[in-house]
Design a protein around this ligand. Structure first.
Ligand code: AMP
Ligand code: MN
Ligand code: MN
Ligand code: MN
Length: 278
């Protein structure tokens, strides 16, 4: 691969722990040459990230990871190379954040019912952006207070789908999310497809719908699963004519499988999603 490209990462603007400039510095130190910040449902970190990347001589792709509900399950769609000033994108993301913040109160209620008080304040104390509340903030609170031994245990016991404090959300629709991304000049990329909880039949229908709505890319190389089982996703991308994307899904130093830019290369044969950007 000609470039070290990392098109999936998080800052304190959502559920990462570093400020946008800190993520930029870490990416550059790891040799990343083309970098996208893709906070959940939020673009407020992009200006700082852009400035920091420029100072470090790194190409910057403004991005966002949009929470979508399709077929009763959550799907994450990356909007890459979007214009964060686009009004429809901004309005759509504001709606999604509202749903997040309503959910946060309900999660806190459920935790209280299980004897864990003050979880909303606790999660807010973990959040770098009070407008963007995620389950990871609750997980960090539960670990810090000694209710759980690890973030993974917090998801297994309380926050994961179907667990004691899980609160389902109706996120953005797929058509709406792709409309916002395309309206803002970006490409839509299906993130970490192996995390989708759909049945095989649903999964096929999802990829059909994604393609029919103009979805361009599939994140075949990403943090949680890179390097194992990627051949099937590469074949699927080729069958649908999707471009391939590569991203660490970095949230915090030492937290994920891969640090920024430290992923295997995109498999040969796929057109990189960044081919017309660099
Ligand atoms: P949310 O979008 O607020 O529902 O939370 C989803 C986020 O929680 C993901 O982006 C991850 O950052 C994190 N997450 C989900 N499952 C786990 C897990 N098992 N362990 C650690 N983090 C997780
Ligand atoms: Mn996250
Ligand atoms: Mn995700
Ligand atoms: Mn992510």
């Amino acid at each position: 691969m000609a470039f070290n490209v990392d098109l999936h990462s998080h800052s304190r603007a959502s559920d990462g722990v570093l400020p946008p400039a800190g993520v930029a510095a870490r990416a550059a130190a790891n040799g990343v040459q083309v970098w996208a910040l893709t906070d959940h449902d939020e673009t407020c970190g992009l200006a700082e990230a852009d400035r920091a990347a420029m100072a470090l001589g790194m190409a910057f792709i403004p991005g966002v990871e949009i929470s979508v509900t399709w077929g009763g399950h959550t799907v994450h769609v990356l909007g890459l190379n979007v214009d964060p000033a686009d009004a429809a994108l901004a309005a759509g993301l504001a709606q999604v954040r509202l749903a997040r913040n309503q959910r946060a109160r309900l999660i806190a209620d459920r935790l209280a019912a299980h004897g864990i008080g003050h979880a909303l304040q606790g999660a807010l104390a973990q959040a770098g952006n009070p407008e963007l509340m995620g389950r990871l903030h609750f997980a960090r609170f539960l670990v810090e207070q000694g209710h759980c031994q690890s973030v993974q245990q917090a998801f297994d016991r309380y926050l994961g789908e179907g667990r004691r404090a899980f609160v389902p959300v109706r996120w953005a629709g797929l058509e709406a999310a792709l409309g916002w991304i395309h309206g803002a000049g970006g490409k839509a990329v299906m993130a970490h497809p192996w995390r989708n909880r759909h049945t095989p039949v649903q999964q096929t229908a999802l990829f059909d719908a994604f393609r029919d709505l103009g979805g361009q890319g599939l994140e075949v190389m990403s943090g949680p699963r890179a390097g194992s089982g990627q051949d099937a996703w590469t074949r699927l991308a080729a069958r649908y004519g999707f471009e391939g994307s590569r991203g660490s899904d970095f949230h915090a130093p030492g937290a994920g499988q891969f640090d920024l830019g430290c992923m295997p290369d995109l498999p040969p044969g796929l057109t990189p999603v960044w081919h017309d950007w660099v």
